[in-house]
Write a protein that binds this ligand. Sequence first.
Ligand SMILES: Cc1ncc(COP(=O)(O)O)c(C=O)c1O
Length: 1007
Amino acid sequence: MSIFNSHPPKINKNKLIKWLITNYNFKYKKKISLKKLNSERDKNYLLSINNKSKFVLKISNKFESKKFLELQDYVLKSLKKKSSIKKIIPKIIHKKIKTFVDENNSPCCIRILSYIEGKMYADSKNSIDLESSLGSYVGILSKELQNLVHEAAFRKFEWDPSSIDWIKIHINLFKSNRKKIIQKILNEYIYFVKKNKSNLRYSLTHGDVNNYNLVVSNNKITGLLDYGDMLFAPTINDLAICLAYALMNKNNLYDSLKTIVLNYHNQFPLTFDEIFSLMTIVKSRLTITVVMAEKQIKKFPNNKYLVISQKDAWSLLYKLDKINPYIFVYLIRDFCNYPIIKNYSKLISYLETNKFNKIFDKEINEINKSIINLEAKSLFSRISTNDPNKLSKKIKNYLLKNNSEIGVGLYGEKRNVYKGINYISLFNYNERRNIHLGIDFFINEGTVIKSPLDGKVVILHNNKNKFDYGPTVVLEHNVNSEIKFYTLYGHLSAKCLKKLSIGKKIKKGDGFAEIGNFPINGNWSSHLHFQIIVDLMNEKNNFPGVAEKNLWSMWSKISPNPNLIFKIPETFFNKNKNVDNLISKRKSLISNSLSIAYKNPIQFLEGKYQYLFDDKGRQYLDCVNNISHIGHCHPRIHEALTSQNLKLNTNSRYLYKIMNDYSENLLSKFPKKLDTIFFVCTGSEANDLAYRIAQVYTKSKDVLVMDNAYHGHTNSLIDLSPYKFKNIGGGGQKEYVHVAEMPDGIRGKWTYSDNKFTEKYINQVKLLIDNIQNKKNKNLSCFFVESILGCGGQILLPKNYLKEIFKLVRKNKALCIVDEVQTGFGRVGNYFWAFEEHKVVPDIVTLGKPMGNGHPIGAVITTKEIANAFNNGMEYFNSFGGNPVSCAVGNAVLEVIKEEKLQSHANQIGKYFLYKLQKIKKIFPQYISEVRGKGLFIGIDLIKNGNNLLPNKYLALDLVNNLRNRGILLSVDGPHHNVIKIKPPLPFNKSDVDFVCYEISDYLLHK
Ligand SMILES: Cc1ncc(COP(=O)(O)O)c(C=O)c1O
C-alpha cells in the first residue's frame, strides 16, 4: 500500500474539533468550524475560529512520511523569508507536527497553515495581468528553490512529468485516437526529455503548480498552496506543470504561452536546452493526468477531484498533438531571444557569404524581373484563385509589358489567396496562416529546376490538397559538420515523382525537377515556390509554406528569406519608379546637354563593389566607373563619411587634424619634391587652379596640350581641351593654346612602322614651343598632359616621350602639369601614379575622380616654391575643398587601397585582362587593331575589315549596347569613337575578366 492507493484519512469532525481545542492554543476557542477542502489523498479543512480567523488544517494520509512533511515545512519556512515570494506563501501556524488518530485507527499527521483569501485560478477570469503574474511567480519560485535542499525530496514520484516511462504499461487504458496520442507523447518524451536530461538543471520543485493550487485576487497570484508534491526534479517541471493547466481552455495558445514563459524567463532565465524539453514535459504532465484519472476512477469512483481536469486535459492534448513539437521549441527559444537552433548564425552567415548555383538555365540576377504582388487587393489577387488560367494570362501579359522574363512572388507577403481549413492557425483558430515563407518564381511550365548546391532528396511527395504544393521536393544540404539546411521546391510537374527517390543525391547544378502547371501543381498558375528550411522538424511529406502573423518572428527564422540564396538586390523589392517617367521628367527639369547612357537607359538602384543593380533586379558588371575606385558603396567610405559628418564638417579656415593627417598620407605617395596641397572639389577645379598657378608662376598664358585631351568643363578648361573645342559646339582653338600631336601609332601623323616614331612626335612639340617663344610677348606657361591619353583613346605614351617633352618645357621655364584625374591611385598597377612609369617628376599633379570614391574631392599637388609664388596676396579659398568630411573620406580611400592591396591587384588582374584581350584580338583581327593599357586602364581599338585605318565607331557603339544587354557596362571613346574604354572599380576580379572576355568573343563571333 502507498499513499496513492490508500483512501484519505477518515475523520469524525466533532472528535477532531475537540482534539484541536485540546492540542492547540487558539485565542478564541468558542466557535471552531471545519469545512472540507478538495484533496486527492489527504483530508484538508478550512478551519474557522469565531468566523474570523481562517486556517487550513491538513490531515495527512497515514502513509505519508513525517520526513516528507518536514520537507514541506522547511520549504514553507524558507520561502516565507524571501521578500520576492513570501506574499504568496502560506504561513506555518503549528509549531510541531502532531498526530491525530482517525476513524480507521490510523495515526495521521496534522499541520495548520494560514489561509489565503481569494478565488482559485481555475475559477478566475483569465487576463494578461494574471498570466504575467503567474509566469513571474513561478519564475521566482524556481529561482528561490535553487538553493534549498532536503533529503526527503529525493524520491520517485508518479506525478513527475519528467519521468513517464511507467505510463507505457497503461497504454491500453485508451483506445484509438487517444491511444495514438499517448503513444506519440511517449515517443516524443524519449527524444525531447529523457535524452536531454543531462542538459537540464535540477532542484527542489513544487511539483503541482496547478489551477487549484493558485489563489488569485485582483488579477494577480496571491497564493501558492499544496506543497505535498515537492520533489527534486528538473527545475522546469514547475513551469511545465503550470503551463499544462494554464493553457487549458485557451482559444489563443500563443498569447498565453508567450506571456507565461516570458515572465518566467524574465525572473529565472530558461536555458537553450531546457526549452528543448519544456513543452514535452507539459504534454507528459497532461498525460499523467489522464492516465491517473483513468486508473484512479476505476478504484475510487466517488472521488470527483480525480476527474476534474481530465476533460480539459484531453482537449488541450488534442490541440497540442496537432502542433509539431519542434515548433514549440523554436517558438519559445525565439520568445527568449535564443537562436532557434545551435549554429544558426553560422548557417545564416554561410548563406549570406556564399554564391550558389543558378536554379534555372539563367542566373536570376542576369535577367529582368518584375514583382508579382499577391497581397490583398493587388492586381493579381483580385483574380479568383479558382481561375489559374486567367491568372496565368494576366501574369504573362504583365511580364511582357514590363520587359521581364520572370515574375517574383514575395517572401513575407501577406496574401489572401490561401483558402480552406488547412490554413487555419493551430495556435489560434481565429487566425489564418497567410504570410508567404518562400519566394515564387513565375516562369513557364516545364522549366528545369537545378540544385543550388549538392543535396539529397528527403521529401518527395504529391501534396494534393487544393491550394497546396502539388508535387514537392525537399533537398537536404549537408554543408559541413556544423551547417545543414534544406531547400523546398513546390508546384512541380509530376515527372519528378517518378524520376527521383528519397535519398537520391543531387549534384550542384543538376536539373532534378520541372515547373508544373495547373491542376497538378495545386491548381496554381505555373510557378516555383522556393523556400529555405533551417530544420525540417521531422516532417516527411510537406512543410508549411505560409505562416500566421503571430508566429512570423519564429517562422522567419525557420524559413529565412530565400533571397539569401539568390541575392537579388534588396532595392528590387522596393517600389520602383518607371524608367519612362524618369526620363521624361528628367528631360523636362534638367539640361538636355547632359546625355543619358544607352539606347535603353538604365535606372540603377544599388551598387556593390564592381556591380550595379537596376530596377529589374538585374546585376551589371561595371567596367567603366573608375570614380568608384575601391568599389561602389564601399562600407569603409560610408563609415568614414557618416562618422565625420556626425562630428564636424566646416570650412578649411578652421583647424582640424584630419586635414593634416590626410595631407601627410597623400603626399607620402608622391616624390619628395611634390610637398604641397591645394584642396578642391573636382578634377576640373584642380586643372583650372593648376593653370592659374602656372600663369601666376610664369607670368605667361600660353599653354601646350595634347590633341583630343579633356581636362574639365570650366571656361578655361574647355579652351584647353581639344576634345571639346574641336568638336560639335566647340568654339575652336584659341591663339594661346597649342596642340601637340597624339603619339598614336596606328592613325597618328607618324605610325609604329616609322622607326623614328617617338622622336618625330617630340620634334613636333619642340617646333611648337620654339614657335611660341619666337613670338613677341609670348611665353609658354605650362604643358598639360595625361600619363595615358584617356579621351584620346586610352593611348600609351611612348618611352622617353614625356621625359624629353618635360626637358623642352622646362628649358622654356614653363611648368609640367600631369593630369592624373583618370589614372591615379594605383589603377595602372605597377605604379601609384601613371607618370611614374615615365621616370619624370611633374611640377604639378592634378587629382580628382577616384580620390573620394564618389565623394567630390580633388587636389592640386605641387612644390613649395611654386605654391609660394602663387601666394601673391590674393587668398586661395575654396568653401568645400578640404573640408573635414572630404578629408576623412579621402583618407579612408588611401587606407582601403593599402589594406586591400588594390594596386597590386590592379596590376595582376590588368595583366590577365590584357592577355585575354590579346587572345581575342588574335581571333578577330578583322575587328580589333590594338588592345592597349596599363593595369585596369585599358582600350580596345575597333576597326572595319581588318584595316587599321578604318576605325569602326558603329561596331563600338553596337558592342557597348549589346554587352549592356548581357549585363556588362562599357563605354566608347577616342577621336573616332571606336575605342572601347575599360576602367572598372579595382575590386574587379579574374572571373569578371573571364565573363567580359567571353561575352565580347561571343558578340564578335556572331557578328
Ligand atoms: C583627364 C580628366 N581631367 C579632368 C576631368 C574633369 O574632372 P571633373 O569631371 O571632376 O571636373 C576629367 C573628367 O572626365 C578627366 O577625364
